[in-house]
Unconditional design. Structure first.
Length: 454
């Protein structure tokens, strides 16, 4: 007698998405913006590039493996815009199973203005209630942004489900965050029911405000800050939630609608590896089919590399690197300075590094960190300066602050890594210029100020 073995299905997947700043580029921080948002039609609303393709990919990948999937939106927008939101999702062809809105206009008519900006209590209540309505073995992915409180809200929720945050410990936390007392009671009651269920796999945060990713390190590796939805897609693929063809669809959308180039996509992939979001081996596996599809640059062949070695002249930059290996604290700079005064173009072991920042505060933070860690000897902050540049297919005009950094050429890689870790831009400007000559006392001081040998 033969036994029929029933196929074991994977556990269900629940995907919860914030709507504003995560799916849509919405503005409702003022009464005027709130009123304009209410009046918009579906065709007036603009999605964040690549997000419809991620949603479609999650649905398709679940279907291929026989996994049940639920996609739900939790929005702080008023329910009065529900029709426009549903029209927009239909225009984008996005599958979903439910949307929950916050009744902002109700708070407005009651004069509860402080509750217009308070979203932690509202979202925690909806997340916990929604989790109690699905099977206990459900896996969960959460998607939000850095504009308001999604990283904290999602982390509190995940910690309650993991059993590492007791429901009663939520009371002082929520009170300090300004959550209304009745909302605190509701959240704590739901948390007692949901405690210990587990299942939250990842918290994806779209860096719409370009918050430095290092800000979120205290929330643990479960939280994944990404600068674009290609980065989100590659991490989802490495975790097994998307296939490579789904990642390719996201990449094509960014190329077609946001002016991304293969090189820029490759930079985004490398950034995931550098920040520890993706293992190098996983990145290589994903990169191969994407290169074959023309979505990432081809790897230079040996003939091209040999041609570059043969035809590219040795520039002063190479001399800077060679001089940096001399290791002298003051002798090498002084010798270079003396040679410079003699009329020759002798390169010192130092560079001037140019970095732009989006605000005076960010420029000061970068400057103080780099000087404090002896990666640079001096940081001049100039600005505001007017920058006109091309970004995501459009010509932008913005006020920025320019940092002029003086550093050792040998430390350039470390300076770059630190700037990229702290910077709010996806692709920060980091340009190094060799210092051909300079005052011997100044160069000696520069060497001493960047000596990290103890």
């Amino acid at each position: 007698m033969s036994l029929l073995r029933r196929r074991t299905l994977p556990p269900p997947l629940l995907c919860r998405w914030d709507l504003d700043k995560t799916y849509l580029r919405s503005e409702f921080d003022t009464l005027r913006q709130l009123w304009r948002t209410v009046r918009e039609r579906g065709e007036d609303k603009v999605e964040v590039p690549g997000v419809p393709e991620v949603l479609k990919g999650l649905k398709a990948a679940a279907s291929r493996t026989g996994r049940a999937i639920g996609i739900h939106f939790v929005s702080a927008s008023p329910p009065q815009i529900g029709r426009a939101i549903r029209d927009k999702l239909a225009l984008d062809g996005v599958p979903y199973d439910g949307i929950v809105f916050k009744d902002q206009l109700q708070h407005l008519t009651r004069g509860q203005f402080t509750r217009l900006r308070e979203h932690v209590g509202f979202k925690l209540r909806e997340l916990l209630a929604g989790r109690l309505a699905v099977p206990a073995e459900t896996r969960e992915l959460l998607f939000g942004d850095d504009w308001e409180s999604d990283p904290l809200t999602y982390s509190l929720y995940a910690d309650v489900l993991a059993g590492t945050l007791a429901p009663d410990d939520l009371t002082p936390i929520l009170a300090r965050l300004g959550v209304a007392p009745e909302a605190v009671l509701a959240v704590v009651g739901l948390a007692r029911e949901a405690q210990g269920r587990g299942g939250v796999e990842r918290l994806f945060i779209n860096l719409e405000r370009r918050t430095p990713p290092a800000v979120f390190r205290l929330l643990g590796p479960r939280l994944v800050p990404t600068f674009n939805y290609f980065q989100t897609a590659v991490v989802l693929a490495a975790d097994g939630w998307l296939a490579v063809e789904d990642v390719a669809a996201v990449a094509r959308a960014l190329v077609a609608r946001s002016g991304y180039t293969p090189r820029r996509l490759e930079n985004s992939l490398a950034d995931c590896v550098r920040r520890g979001l993706l293992e190098s081996a996983a990145a290589r596996r994903l990169a191969l089919p994407l290169r074959d599809a023309g979505l990432l640059p081809p790897v230079p062949g040996p003939r091209w590399i040999e041609w570059v070695k043969t035809h590219l002249p040795r520039a002063p930059w190479h001399a800077a690197r060679g001089a940096a290996r001399l290791g002298g604290r003051a002798g090498a700079p002084a010798a270079a300075a003396r040679a410079g005064r003699g009329g020759g173009s002798v390169v010192t072991p130092f560079v001037v590094v140019l970095v732009t920042a989006g605000s005076a505060e960010e420029a000061e933070r970068l400057a103080r960190t780099l000087v404090g860690e002896r990666l640079v000897a001096c940081a001049n902050v100039v600005g505001p300066v007017r920058s006109i540049y091309r970004w995501q297919g459009a010509v932008e005009d913005a006020a920025e602050y320019l940092l002029v950094l003086k550093a050792r050429a040998a430390d350039l890689a470390a300076v770059e890594a630190r700037v990229r870790a702290l910077h709010s831009y996806e692709v920060p400007e980091i340009i190094a210029l060799p210092v051909e000559a300079g005052s011997a006392p100044y160069l000696a001081w520069l060497a001493d100020a960047t000596d990290r040998r103890g």
